[in-house]
Design a protein around this ligand. Structure first.
Ligand code: FES
Ligand code: FES
Length: 155
């Protein structure tokens, strides 16, 4: 075990990990942040997407020990201080962007990264292309794409 230090959702955190511990395992099993889901464990589905130093990554594809000194944001870290939903979460709720919800944390974290990178004029086609690493078995994606588009436009 190695003790590592990082920030998780803005909070300085010390945690003991093994060299083989994945970031998603550390978040879920050591820190209890179970909003980050595991869908495939092989970098296919995107359910485990979080932000590492501000950039969306699949946390099943990152060793926890590689995150020493980094800043990690999970789905638990994006709501307001009073617990209000983030505008993208609210848009998903409004537009039926989720059904079973399993993919949703990863979709939201990827959606925020898409918004950061692509700005307010992003097209539906680009959103769909950018979401290729996130799989949803339920919604058909229409509500997800509409939600990201609405937040981009400031609707
Ligand atoms: Fe990480 Fe599927 S669990 S991509
Ligand atoms: Fe069920 Fe996306 S809402 S997998």
């Amino acid at each position: 075990m190695t003790r590592m230090e990082l920030k998780v959702n803005g909070v300085p955190t010390s945690v003991d990990v093994e060299g083989r511990t994945l970031l998603v395992e550390m978040l879920r099993e050591k820190l209890g942040l179970t909003g980050t889901h595991v869908g495939c464990d092989t970098s296919q589905c995107g359910a485990c997407t979080i932000h590492l130093d501000g950039v969306a990554v699949k946390s099943c594809a990152v060793l926890a020990s590689a995150c020493e000194g980094s800043s990690v944001t999970t789905i638990e870290g994006i709501s307001g201080e009073d617990g209000d939903l983030h505008p993208l979460q609210a848009a998903f709720r409004e537009n039926h962007g989720l059904q079973c919800g399993y993919c949703t944390p990863g979709m939201i974290m990827s959606g925020l990264d898409i918004l950061r990178r692509c700005g307010p004029d992003i097209s539906e086609a680009v959103i769909r292309e950018q979401l290729e690493g996130n799989l949803c078995r339920c919604t058909g994606y229409a509500g997800i794409v509409k939600s990201i588009m609405e937040v981009a436009r400031g609707v």
